[in-house]
Write a protein that binds this ligand. Sequence first.
Ligand code: EPZ
Length: 423
Amino acid sequence: MDKLVITGASPLEGSLPISGAKNSALKLMAAALLMEEPLVLTNMPNLADTRFMARLLQSLGVTVEWPTGESLCRLHAASVSSTIAPYDLVRKMRATFNVLGPLLARVGHATVSLPGGCAIGARPVDLHLKAFEAMGADIVIEDGYVKAAALRGLKGAHIQFPFVSVGATEHAMLAAVLADGETVLENAACEPEIGDLATCLNAAGARISGAGTSVVRIDGVRSLRAARHDVIADRIEAGTYAIAAAAAGGDVLLQGARAQDLGALIELLRRAGAGVEAEPGGVRIRRNGQGLQAVDVDTRPYPGFPTDLQAQFMALMTVAGGVSVVRENIFENRFMHAPELNRLGADITVRGAEATVRGVPSLRGAQVMATDLRASVSLVIAGLVAEGETTINRVYHLDRGFERLEEKLGRCGAQVRRESGSA
Ligand code: EPZ
């Protein structure tokens, strides 16, 4: 298994491009199942997860033209040849569960493995299934599989989510697009990826309004037509490199980053002592000489501070002056990076959903283990700050969500190299 070796303690200077958003791309790819005509996605991130989704779609009969390394991907579901997503595929990547709604809407039935828990929490899918039931689907859970049928088609419904779920909002939208009548989603998630999905579906002839607010209306249509869509910039990748620049110091332009999607992070970075400015080409982040101040972090659904940046911000707080309290409100087990950061000399105590980070003057390089995608990249940030060499084992997690990480950081002067070897 590959590992990353980082020689830290030098500032980042330069510019790096932000890729298309993984968490948008995965749902956009699932949307192709709704269309008899081709869906062309541009600005597609070349990641283990998006490539994996492409393989699943191919197994369902979708023609996928996506040459290695290219950012243009053409998906064509002229017909659907299978409606089964087996355990082995869904287990490896939860977002594959999102083919259930489109299959149900297009073909009237689907059998998709329950995703099960993962490293960061239990992550049930009850809200997804309740939404489909409200639209008239019969759902049976048998042998670890969700067997869903709506043989006379899905019907528009009024769905009030008990709490905010990104996945359930997107999944219900995907299914409702071809339902008969109007669907209203209340207490919907407002993440930018939801607006991106609606923009793409509307370009294909769907009638969705309110995406990006807490009430989304979907007026069902009979079919969708061919469309072309540019995947939104990845706000989590941009936020990660913004935090990296704040942590290591220096001056970095994040090309293509959208400041409007990063409001909660930008506010905290400024309070912590970094300069952040929107520029025509992206977002610039600067910290030259001045120290970092501890600030508290509370993860919330958008527009609150994203859980997907919590680990990275905690890495930043390890070297800030003072004590920071980091509260994780979205997932029940998302502090696995804390003991690894402590191996680098950080002082973090975790109690339940709260981590107390006492800032230390500096970190020191060590061997650490990546546990999930965002935890892994928090260790990269810590490695960039630490004196000496940090070796991050099991970096395959990083390859799921960060495109050309070593190359991008290398452009800004970071010393990050990949070595093949055992974990
Ligand atoms: C999406 O996961 C993202 N994944 C996650 O990113 C992200 O952390 C999360 O949204 C929150 O922003 C993708 O988009 C592929 P939720 P999702 O449904 O949709 C509970 C990353 O690192 N819940 O908003 O699964 C759930 O357990 C990943 O890129 C239910 O109880 O998140 C969680 O506690 C990790 N029942 C909370 O809601 C349900 O039916 C919010 O989850 C659905 C969710």
